[in-house]
Ligand binder design. Structure first.
Ligand SMILES: [Zn+2]
Length: 276
């Protein structure tokens, strides 16, 4: 892309969006068929489901901090476009058994469990009738004031928000010994069970680091699926222990970047035009 100027870049993106719109009418037809099938093997043509990945919703000068007004703009857009938020259980029932999803499904996730998820994101999401899945670091939640308290987590859980594990210490699992990595997976799960009344079923890899061995350990620890920070949508080809997401960053034109990442994801992914 280095030799392509700004104007040419815009034309390429517009072209890709046009192709996407043409191809999405075909995809949405297959979605209806997909809902009727019983399993993934019999149904390789499941639609792809976007999974957004946020971290912080606040005004810090950081790419992972989306200002609340900009976050609301994104939620308003999803609401106007008729998106319905789904849970990881719904996603997996769809990917594994073809169980029907709402017409425009989207899974919204947050990593780390920052306090602003409760103070800023939660009220805005409730306003639009949305829920999210939040992957928490159990050694920080309830222990560090920059993160949520267990009471706040329980309050959101009552409102349909889902909580998954993001380990105890946020260590990159690939850098730990096998025993240490297993401890991060198991101890965080146990703490969440004690605090929230049930074992978390989903996991997100801290820093996005994973490999085949780690995937196997996540499975052994009892998680049903795991989320990466690899750019893409979840679909028939997805590995349940390495689900793709669409990371949302703040930038000079946050909404445009959000719009392109969401709407052009299938094409950008196919041609490798976005890598996080
Ligand atoms: Zn994280």
């Amino acid at each position: 892309m280095a030799r392509i100027n700004r104007r040419q870049g815009c034309l390429i993106v517009l072209g890709l969006i046009f192709l996407l719109i043409v191809s999405s009418s075909v995809v949405s037809t297959t979605a209806v068929v997909a809902g009727r099938n019983n399993n993934r093997a019999a149904n390789p043509s499941l639609i792809d489901v976007p999974i957004l990945n946020y971290h912080k919703i606040d005004t810090l000068h950081h790419a992972l901090s989306i200002p609340p007004q900009e976050f609301e703009e994104q939620m308003a857009y999803l609401s106007q476009r008729g998106f319905t938020t789904i849970t990881p259980d719904q996603l997996m029932a769809y990917l594994n058994y073809g169980k029907a999803l709402p017409e425009k499904p989207i899974l919204i996730t947050f990593d780390d469990g920052y306090l602003d998820n409760y103070t800023n994101a939660y009220p805005l999401m409730k306003k639009y009738g949305f829920t999210a899945t939040i992957f928490i670091v159990t050694g920080l939640v309830g222990h560090d004031e920059r993160f949520m308290s267990w009471d706040q987590v329980r309050e959101m859980q009552k409102d349909g928000f889902v909580f998954g594990s993001h380990t105890v210490t946020h260590a990159a699992l690939t850098k730990l010994s096998r025993e240490q990595a297993m401890e991060e997976l198991v101890a965080s799960r146990k703490e969440m069970e004690q605090q929230l009344g049930s074992k978390p079923r989903y996991f997100a890899y801290p820093t996005g680091a994973y490999n085949l061995q780690i995937e196997e350990m996540v499975k052994q620890a009892g998680y049903k699926a795991a989320f990466t920070i690899r750019y893409g949508q979840a679909g028939a080809e997805s590995n349940p222990y390495a689900l793709e997401r669409i990371p949302i960053f703040k930038g000079p034109q946050t909404f445009r970047s959000f719009f392109v990442r969401l709407n052009a994801a299938p094409l950008l992914e196919r041609f490798g035009l976005i890598r996080n």
